[in-house]
Design a protein around this ligand. Structure first.
Ligand code: F6R
Length: 261
């Protein structure tokens, strides 16, 4: 796991976008794994900008989102399909037919199984973007999720429901169930970029990077993945014990890259 600490949330987005740019340039038919929530919004802004400036095209890309609420129609403003269209897909040249979000409406159990098959049929996810919940969840794999779980229905914790309440108006139905890629599904991605910003994520970041491998912090499963980059701002890094070491690795990696230019 590579831990990269940068100065601001905007730098998290810029660096995340440069990883995407590099990969999509090398492999135009990249299969992306995408997340919703507040964290990736700035990254999506950067990607839109890169495409507008013709540095990047998503024409040959496909994408799989991590999760979707059960009981929200894709047209619902709080559905993750709607979120993705609004924050990314409506502004880039990706073919929307090649963008997949789990179906939380018809038969969620069936769609969870189908989703796994669709990912395999697509050739597997090349680059998975992740945020992290304050409780260490990735996707909606809440604490106690099996570390070998596949796409399935999960009950959201009271904390996650409260954290996401800000997206719903007072009288609006807020689902407590979701379909989420499992932890094993996520770990099969060839590369993973986890982004976290702000002090509210500091404990989750500490647990995922330096804590024991444990279902109590589902994101700690990323310790078992051999191509994960964790990009965080100083606030999210504030509880890390070994941040000096991560900074040293970052400097030396940059120097090595410069020497090879
Ligand atoms: C969203 C998702 C969640 C979020 C996490 C952090 O698709 O899978 O795991 O990444 O809840 O959310 P924010 O970024 O809103 O703090």
């Amino acid at each position: 796991m590579q831990v990269v600490i940068v100065n601001s949330a905007q730098e998290v987005a810029t660096l995340g976008a440069s990883h995407c740019l590099k990969l999509i340039t090398a492999k135009p038919e990249t299969v992306l794994g995408l997340a919703t929530g507040s964290t990736p919004v700035a990254l999506y802004g950067e990607l839109i900008e890169l495409q507008a400036r013709k540095f990047l095209s998503f024409k040959q890309c496909s994408s799989f989102n991590l999760d979707e609420y059960i009981g929200l129609d894709p047209s619902h403003p709080q559905s993750y399909r709607h979120f993705m269209n609004f924050h990314l897909f409506d502004h880039i040249d990706i073919d929307k037919n090649n963008t997949y979000v789990p179906d939380g409406m018809s038969d969620p159990k069936r769609s969870a199984v189908d989703y796994e098959e669709q990912i395999v049929t697509s050739g597997g996810i090349d680059l998975q973007i992740l945020g992290v919940g304050r409780n260490g969840h990735i996707g909606f794999n809440e604490p106690s999720s099996s570390l070998v779980s596949r796409t399935r229905i999960k009950t959201l914790t009271a904390g996650t429901i409260a954290d996401n309440q800000r997206f719903f108006s007072e009288d609006e139905f807020q689902p407590s169930l979701a379909i989420t890629m499992g932890i094993a599904t996520i770990l099969e991605s060839r590369k993973i970029l986890l982004l976290a910003t702000g002090v509210s994520k500091a404990k989750a970041v500490r647990d995922l990077v330096e804590g024991p491998l444990s279902a109590s912090c589902p994101a700690s499963a990323l310790q078992m993945h051999n191509n994960t980059v964790v990009i965080i701002d100083r606030e999210a890094a504030s509880e890390l014990e070994h941040s000096e070491y991560y900074q040293q690795v970052k400097l030396e990696t940059e120097q090595l890259a410069n020497n090879n230019d």
